[in-house]
Ligand binder design. Structure first.
Ligand code: A3P
Length: 290
């Protein structure tokens, strides 16, 4: 598999070279948004695939079946991936155009703020992000190997993983929210009360949902449905890219799994960094840190 061992570095951010090139990253940074576009923003392992499914269901509520035959990454492609340029013509035909990005706000804000594009920022308890990302490294062949959970833990806290620091990512995006048509939602909101969370999201997107449509969207985006559907669970990705013998993309799908991994010492260390990095934020997140 070409470039599977390559890590690309763009504007200080490390990204897997099999899906990103300098050209594709430059294209994302120069991307011209349309007012009708919807951009999903996440740090990796925050529930991106889940939200890609929800967004695409909301905008295809009249035909929830047909879209299940297209993988989520093709329905809501990453702005920064190499295949975006090849698929843009097809994406142009869908209104609104739905995109995903893991890039920091500083690389996109210039073009984004000149449009009325809707930005959906999906956040997740960073402790669960860390655990999910750790497992992903074990079976994603395009990510570096770490010696142990502790080794990965240290790199994550220092922001020395692909896509950089979780803390910088969320602070960067929240700092520009007033300049954007911006909606913050969390993995925990979706887990605790999916009907309410999808309803609020569809209100933001200007999409009216009948009660039955809302129920169907929650059903087709549930963990049990998604983990069994090959277009949604990444099981069709070839083993040279994802070694399926080493793990599952749809792993646990719960909030709070970090408690089974963090030692008391790691938890205290994480909380210190969290407090130092996010202590000044006024926004209250629904996740539990203890
Ligand atoms: P876990 O590894 O904790 O299970 P991303 O799509 O950003 O890479 O995030 C992947 C994480 O989201 C994985 O977390 C995966 O199981 C979880 N996920 C995906 N679909 C989900 C769903 N429908 N409900 C709950 N969690 C889901």
């Amino acid at each position: 598999m070409a470039r599977i061992e390559v890590t690309e570095v763009f504007e200080g951010i490390s990204v897997p070279g099999n899906m990103h090139t300098q050209e594709s990253l430059r294209a994302a940074a120069n991307f011209q948004f349309q007012d009708t576009d919807v951009l999903l923003v996440t740090f990796p392992k925050s529930g991106t695939t889940w939200m890609q499914q929800i967004l695409s269901l909301i905008f295809n509520k009249d035909d929830l079946q047909t879209i299940q035959s297209i993988p989520t990454w093709a329905r809501v492609p990453w702005l920064e991936h190499t295949y975006l340029l090849d698929n843009l013509t097809q994406i142009e035909t869908s209104k609104p155009r739905l995109f995903t990005t893991h890039l920091p706000a500083r690389l996109l804000i210039h073009n984004l703020k000149n449009s009325k594009a809707r930005v959906v920022y999906l956040a997740r308890n960073p402790k669960d992000v860390l655990v999910s990302f750790y497992h992903f490294h074990k079976f994603a062949k395009f990510l570096p190997d770490f010696n142990s959970f502790e080794d990965f833990f240290g790199h994550f806290l220092e922001g020395k993983v692909n896509f950089g620091s979780w803390f910088s990512h969320i602070k960067d995006w929240l700092s520009v929210q007033q300049e954007l048509n911006f909606f913050l939602i969390t993995y925990e909101d979706l887990s605790q009360d999916p009907l309410q969370a999808v309803q609020s999201l569809s209100d933001f997107l200007g999409q009216q949902l009948e009660p039955k449509e809302l129920e169907n969207i929650v059903h087709y985006s549930s963990f049990s449905f998604m983990s069994q559907n090959d277009m949604l669970n990444y099981s069709l990705v070839p083993p040279e890219v994802l070694d399926h013998s080493m793990g599952k993309f749809m792993r646990k799908g719960v909030a709070g799994n970090w408690k089974e991994y963090f030692s008391p010492e790691q938890n205290a260390r994480f909380n210190d960094v969290y407090q130092a990095e996010l202590g000044d934020l006024t926004v209250k997140f629904p996740w539990a840190l203890d």
